[in-house]
Design a binder for this molecule. Sequence first.
Ligand code: ZN
Length: 340
Amino acid sequence: MHRNTAMLSHVGSGPMEFLRRLGSSATTLLGSRGCLLTFHRVAPASAWKSLPNRNFYIDLDFFDRLLTYLGRTGWKVVTIEEALQLANRNDPNDRYVNFSVDDCYRDTYELAVPLFRRHGVPITLFVTTGIPDGIVPMWWAGLEDALLHRDEVIVDGRALRVDTPAAKRKAYARIEKEWDQIGAAASYARFCAQNGIDAEEVHWRHAISWRMLDELRRDPLVEIGAHGATHARISTLPLNAAMSDLRACRERLMQKIRVSADHFAFPYGRSGDCGTRDFELVREAGFSSAATTRKGIILGPRDPFQLPRNTLNGGHRSLAAVELHLNGVASVAARVLGRV
Ligand SMILES: [Zn+2]
């Protein structure tokens, strides 16, 4: 059984419903309405439950229901290119949504794109080219992989029992936090050495490959954009390094799969991760738009280099939670709570 099979009509009359209605009535008066949604990975419902970092994944069954729901309720699923055109057209009848997957993993190829294909709607892939190039250490995927498949791991020389899904989730959260503070890539290399893990082998079990991307780029429902060469937080790089990361990503997509990427999505993408300098750099690097992960919806024409985009968290498996994004209510809540 899934926890959230309720359709919206069953959401009830609580505060969530109030906010949803408020958002709905406030925005229908203003013209067109667009919402960009982003996610990272997808997993079959049966596997989702036991994943140590499951909030990073959308349950495939839920995604299926979401796409069905959007089709039934008049939301048009579009590419970023189309979203920008619709924003400029600003026709009050337009309601559109874009789905973008960031980074790009093997499951983008095996599960996400096939799902969108079945629904006959487009999906945008924001590719970090260092993943198919094998130069970005995917420590988050490697750590999760080890916790999922082992009952015990060695962390800083000490054995840690991880023999239940709850213990694995707890361990993931704690170790991720620690590694973030002390340097995740080096910590992961040490972890691999202590646990006898072949990081290269793990990488290719989780990464998307150039061969997969070359196949996907021929699909008319797939739009390919850029998400940096190394997944660096652009705002923290000196000017030249920031520019070369942006350019390298664009050039690599052209060299490897003959894609001229017009659209960019900032890695991390929150306020501290990209600012005025960086919006300008993306334009100079030859892109025609840039998406952040600042919450919000698109009401008519706006600066294409700081597009709001709402992250779908795998833990929120209800259509009502997505409705809050579609109506722009989530962004109001985020501003009130200071989470932008
Ligand atoms: Zn990313």
